[in-house]
Design a protein around this ligand. Structure first.
Ligand code: AMP
Ligand code: MG
Length: 341
């Protein structure tokens, strides 16, 4: 099957999963009341999103589809989680009206595929769970990895405004959805209207006299924020000005950099042995590289998707248009960031 057909199926899947996540977002209190658990809305959205993506991919691409999802249904099948099951089924039924509990659980497990295939899908059903719970930025991230390289990436950002002036910490009514095909670019549609005319996203390189704006995780446990400050200080000493880092959850950071609203997405490991998961980077890195960014780890090495579910050979991420990417990698090297000792 050609990549355009795969991208069309993936866009369909992610737009429906985005609608389901929005529905859970609208009924946070109701979900919490059913499950008697404060974090349950994100658990429910995670399972419901994965069920929908699994079902759409299988319906459109056939039973042989291989999907490596972050979730499996074991926990949800347990007797004591009946309330979560009920809330998940209610969410799933907003777009898959006649789904039964059994069909929903089986659809979640379509995501139990493994990476030892020449081509497989990888999914983060709700990336940025903390952002989801705060009703800020989160993403549904789906990518097709073909012979170890992301070939199609779809990123649904249901709370991301298209308007650069809008407050990113407030949920947008429409959201944005990005579809990238390797070598063919990346386009944007409203997340709630994937049939709308897509707009091509291609960012300019950063202009030398402009202050650099970087984005990084909200969670200090996910990216070493002190290191961003050190990098910006290093650049400042060389006459490169910057703004205070913007902190956002999820792969929306790749989208912000791809569309030119940020000049870099930095992710610096906080723990020596943390291995980045493929579903946290496959879709987002393709959006950004197709928009004209370089995406590497902090040492300038390409992200290597050939080691199963983890980016075993990489440390952190630097995503930026070429000029900024070069400056950041040089700063990291000069400061000895990420080197032993
Ligand atoms: P973000 O929203 O960019 O902070 O990233 C969210 C993702 O961080 C989640 O999907 C997790 O897979 C991932 N994550 C969890 N623990 C860590 C960690 N210690 N370092 C980096 N990423 C992590
Ligand atoms: Mg994630």
């Amino acid at each position: 099957m050609n990549t355009s057909a795969l991208a069309s199926a993936a866009t369909h899947a992610v737009s429906l999963a985005s609608a389901v996540c929005r529905e859970v977002q609208r009924s946070l209190e109701k979900v919490r009341a059913i499950t008697k658990d404060d974090k349950s809305p994100v658990t429910v959205a995670d399972f419901a999103s994965q069920a929908i993506v699994g079902k759409v991919l299988r319906d459109r691409l056939g039973a042989g589809v291989v999907l490596v999802g972050e979730e499996d249904s074991k926990w949800l099948r347990e007797e004591e989680h009946a309330a979560h099951r009920e809330a998940t089924l209610a969410a799933v039924r907003t777009v898959w009206e006649d789904a039964t509990e059994g069909e929903m659980l089986d659809a979640i497990d379509i995501g139990a595929g493994d990476t030892r295939h020449a081509g497989f899908w990888t999914l983060d059903p709700v990336d940025g769970t903390k952002g989801f719970l705060r009703n800020q930025q989160y993403a549904i991230a789906l990518a097709y990895v073909e012979r170890d390289v992301p070939a199609v990436g779809v990123l649904g950002c249901p709370n991301l405004p298209r308007n650069f002036q809008a407050d990113l910490d407030r949920p947008d009514r429409h959201g944005c959805l990005y579809t990238a095909i390797r070598g063919m670019g990346v386009s944007e549609t409203p997340a709630d209207d994937p049939g709308a005319k897509p707009v091509d996203i291609r960012r300019l390189d950063h202009a030398p006299d402009e202050a650099i704006s970087i984005c990084e995780s909200v969670e200090s446990g996910h990216s070493k924020q002190d290191d961003s400050a050190r990098i910006l200080e290093y650049l400042a000493a060389r006459g490169v000005t910057s703004r205070a880092p913007a902190r956002r959850d999820s792969q929306a950071k790749y989208a912000l950099t791809a569309r030119g609203q940020a000049d870099a997405y930095l992710r610096r490991p906080t723990k020596k042995d943390y291995v980045e998961r493929i579903w946290d980077h496959a879709a987002g890195s393709l959006e950004a590289s197709e928009a004209g960014c370089f995406v590497t780890d902090i040492h300038g090495h390409a992200l290597d998707f050939s080691h199963g579910r983890g980016l075993e050979k990489n440390k952190g991420v630097v995503c930026a248009p070429p000029r900024v990417h070069g400056m950041v990698i040089s700063a990291i090297e000069a400061l000895g960031i990420g080197r032993a000792g």
